[in-house]
Structures are given as C-alpha cells and as structure tokens.
Design a protein around this ligand. Sequence first.
Ligand code: FAD
Length: 550
Amino acid sequence: MRPEFATLKNHPDVSVLIVGGGINGIGLFNELALQGIDVMLVEKTDFCAGTSSAMTRVIHGGLRYLENAEFRLVHESLRERNRLLRNAPHCVKPLPTTIPIFNWTSGMVGGIRNLLNWPAKPGNRGALLIKTGLTMYDCLAGRKSPMPRHRFRFRKAALALRPALNPGILCTATYYDARITYPERLCLELVQDAEAACPQARAMTYVRLQSAKRGTVVLRDEVTGETCEVKPKIVVNASGAWIDGTNQAIGRASQYIGGTKGSHVVLDHPELAAATGDDMIYFVNQDGRICIFYVVHGKVIAGATDIPTEDPEAACDEGEVDYILRAMSQAFPSIKVDRSHVVFRFCGVRPLPRSNALTPGQISRDHSFPALPAGNGIDFPIYSLVGGKWTTFRSLAEQVSNELLRVLGRKRVRSSADLPIGGGKGYPRLPVGTGLPQERIEALHDRFGTVADRVAAYMKAGPDAPLAHHAGYSRREIEYMALNERVVHLDDLIMRRTLIGILGELTLPLLNELADVVSPVLQWSKEKTAAEIERTVQLYKKVHGVTLAA
Ligand SMILES: Cc1cc2nc3c(=O)[nH]c(=O)nc-3n(C[C@H](O)[C@H](O)[C@H](O)COP(=O)(O)OP(=O)(O)OC[C@H]3O[C@@H](n4cnc5c(N)ncnc54)[C@H](O)[C@@H]3O)c2cc1C
C-alpha cells in the first residue's frame, strides 16, 4: 500500500474533502490549509493533468468578456492577474499582445446589442470597437496596474515591425496581459506550500472518488487498486468537466456543466516564430472566434477552438487542426504553415455552466459554487466549483473558503492575496556558489524560481551530466524532480514537471533515457519501467496525435 494511502485509511475523519486536483481544487486546498483546516484533496490522475494543463497559458483579464458586458468579471480577473504577477513572478510574466485590425467600424452594432443584453453573434472587430474595449480594459486594470497602457500602430509602422503580417491590415493594437510559463509546476507549488502551512492538509494523486453512502466516501487508489473509506463533513466537487459524473458517483445527480472543448497545436516553425516575435498575436477569425499564437522556447503555440462537448476527455481532432492552421495562414499569408510543422497537440474541456447562449464564446467564464445540501441518503453537503478561469482561481478559492468557514464555524486567519507562491518567495534571488555555468543557472531559475538553489545543491552533491538526448536538463535535475515532486508515472515528469512534452521535444531515445534516470530513484523493476515507457508512447499517440520518432 502507498504510505499516503495508508494514512488516509488510518485517519478517515476530515472536515473538507476536495475531489479534483486541477487549479480550482488546488487553489481551495491551499486557501483552507492557510486557515488551519484539516482538508484532504484527491486527484484521480496527476495534479493539473485535466483542463488546467490544456489552457492557453495566459493570465488575463479577458478582453473579450467586455463584449458580453461582464465588467465585474474583467475587473476581478485583472486584479488577480496583477496579484499573480506579484506573487508568482518566477512563472507569470508580462505578455504584450497584438491585434491585427482590418477596418474601422465592424462589430459596433453587435457590441451595442450585447451591451443592451440583446446578444448578437460575434463577427469582425473594427478599430473603433477595439479602441473602446482597450480603453475600458486599461481603466479596469486600475491606476496601480504594473502593465503599460495599450497603443495603436498604423499600417506602415505595424508592418515595419512585423513585415510578415497580413498586408491588408489597417492598423494594430498592442495591449498587455501575462503568460504563465509552468501552470503545472505552479499547481504543485501551491500543494507543497499548503502542506507546509498545515500538517492536517493532505493531497494525493492517483486516488479517485469511487462512490459514497451516508457519511462515507469510498476512494480508490488507481495505482494499487486498493480502496478506503473517509468521513468528510463537507465535500467539494472540483472535478471540472467531470463534475456531473462525480455527483452521480456520490448518488446526487446534477446537471451543472455544459462543457466546450478547446484545442491547441504546437508548431516547430522558426520562420513563423520569428514573424510572431515576442508578442502574442490575437487574431479574429472570419467566424468571429479568436485565435491566438505566441512563442514558447522557440515553438509556436496556437489555439484555441471552442466546441460544445459532453465528453470530459475529448481530444483534438483533424478539423480543429485545420481550423487553427487556417487562422495562422490568414494572419501571416506569406508564410507556409502545414501539418508537417505540428509537433504536438492538446485539448481540454472547459467546465462551463450549462447555457443556451447563441455561441460557445458567449457563455460566461465567471464561476459559481452551487451547493447540494445533505439529503437523499447522503449526510454531507456537496459544493461544486462550476466554470471559472485559471486566472481567477485564488478569488474563487477565497469565496468558497469563506462559505466553508461559515459552515464549519471557523474564522479566517490568513489571506492569500499577497502571499508569494513556491519559487516566487524571495524572487529574483539566484543560486550562488554552485559552480554551474551561467546558462544552467538561468535555466534552473526559469523552471524553479528561487527553489533553484535547492535543486542546484542537489545537482552538486553527486556526479552529474547533461542528458544525452536533451542538453537542457541534467540527470540529477531529473532525479531531483522524481524524488521531490510527487512523480508517480513517467508521463507526470514529461508532461507536467518539464516542458519536454508540450514542446514536442520527446523522442524514443529521450524517453528511454528519462526512464533510465527515474527507475532506480522510484525503485521500478525492469517490467515496470518497460510498462511506463509503453504508457507514454500510447498516450502520445492516442491523446496528442504524435508517433514518437526513434
Ligand atoms: C482550451 C482552453 C484554454 C484555456 N485558456 C485559459 C487561459 O489562457 N487562461 C485562463 O485563465 N483560463 C483558461 N482556460 C480555463 C481554465 O483552464 C479552466 O477554467 C480551469 O483549468 C478549470 O480548472 P478545474 O480545476 O476546474 O478543472 P480541471 O483542471 O479539469 O481539474 C479537475 C480534476 O478533477 C479530476 N477528477 C475528475 N473526476 C475525479 C474523481 N472521481 N476523483 C478524483 N479526481 C477526479 C480530474 O482528473 C481533473 O484533474 C482555458 C480552458 C481551455 C479548455
């Protein structure tokens, strides 16, 4: 039995059980741990392996939500964006965003209709509408916003800066949001901070909520197949697109979710990367949907689609790849982009509220947490975390925890509003006296923030060498992750502790080398190691559309 599972079995009483280790479950776990609450989080796969890792990786106010007159949501999101820039500076960084604009007045009628609550399908957005939206965006960000205000460039200046841009543009507008370099690592850091803050806070991966009866919830260890029972006072269903299925498993049917799937592709295309530059390009497609693309470590990430689905595990399909490639060709018509450039694809399902909006883009991205009171054979209330965005996880957690503290008769003792997260503490302190080359120190700092000094010390404590098949990582750095970062399967490491997966950098030799480094640390047998390699190969093929190259 895994030791953490034995602990669950031996201590079944818990005030709050959170089901789901995406950003919303983890945000709440952190918030409750800060208040000293005994809280347990179970995640059926790895932390941040669901929708939370399929995001566009932008921490943003939601410029587009202004069209739906969601001023409060935009204000809240901008406030949280600014907080994340302060509290997680190691992985949330400013991102200039450029919108190519093709005419003056398009979209004004639709914009006015939306403001009057008489929704119209979105179409092209002209310069006047975008100017109005960006002026509001800057105002809502507040006078203390750390970001510069937006600016317009007329055609000649815009094309001088970005010559490959569609020559049909009238002008461009550039405003600022933020990118998150490692959302998966930030989730892990929030878990680690929570457990350090409160000894009664426990989070476990590869544990699934299986069923419930009266005051008892049955959990299943997905690694060993064992089960155990826990007795929570409150259950929080933070299982995202799976929310209704989870409530069903508990025996309390709900119909909260009307999910939409969103896909991205990752392209290895140096010419496109150079044309995109340092900005995110925010391109309005002819159907009115927004397609974005920007460069991450030399690769171009492009997406996302927005298609209604009932399947929480939907994958990116060929039609979506075509759609995204077409959008890029419209933005940069002189650059040839095709499937041969696609090195990875990923998809997630937004846990949006059920809605009868005209288009998926018009469904609100705001959050709510409806409660099912105790009853119907179940002795605890269930709160479901519906909707929301990555950006606003902290404010959702704060609101839900206020309600749970009220129910538990406890008082708030700490606020997370100004609390640095993980490697954001003491940032930008760099490791000193490591003897490592400067570029390695910078790479560690980029990945771990101020925790880089701990990683560097571990690397120095034994014989080390760069990976033969990826010089950006060393053997002992990978060992450090396997030992200290809750790696259960090889794909946890490849997809969520490093960017190797998402950047499409994995090859068969690299996979074998990573397995070779990890297996002695995690005490895997030869058979187990071979099974882990095969699991990753299949995951790549089935979910990410990639057959690994030798
Ligand atoms: C394409 C796309 C792009 C996006 N881009 C952005 C963006 O740039 N910025 C932004 O702010 N937001 C963005 N979002 C929105 C954001 O990603 C989501 O709102 C957020 O990640 C939802 O998090 P969650 O924790 O609710 O769900 P999830 O991350 O899906 O977490 C739910 C977890 O519950 C687990 N689970 C399910 N059933 C069980 C069970 N029975 N037992 C235990 N565990 C269970 C699942 O395995 C899963 O890990 C985007 C969303 C999509 C789809």
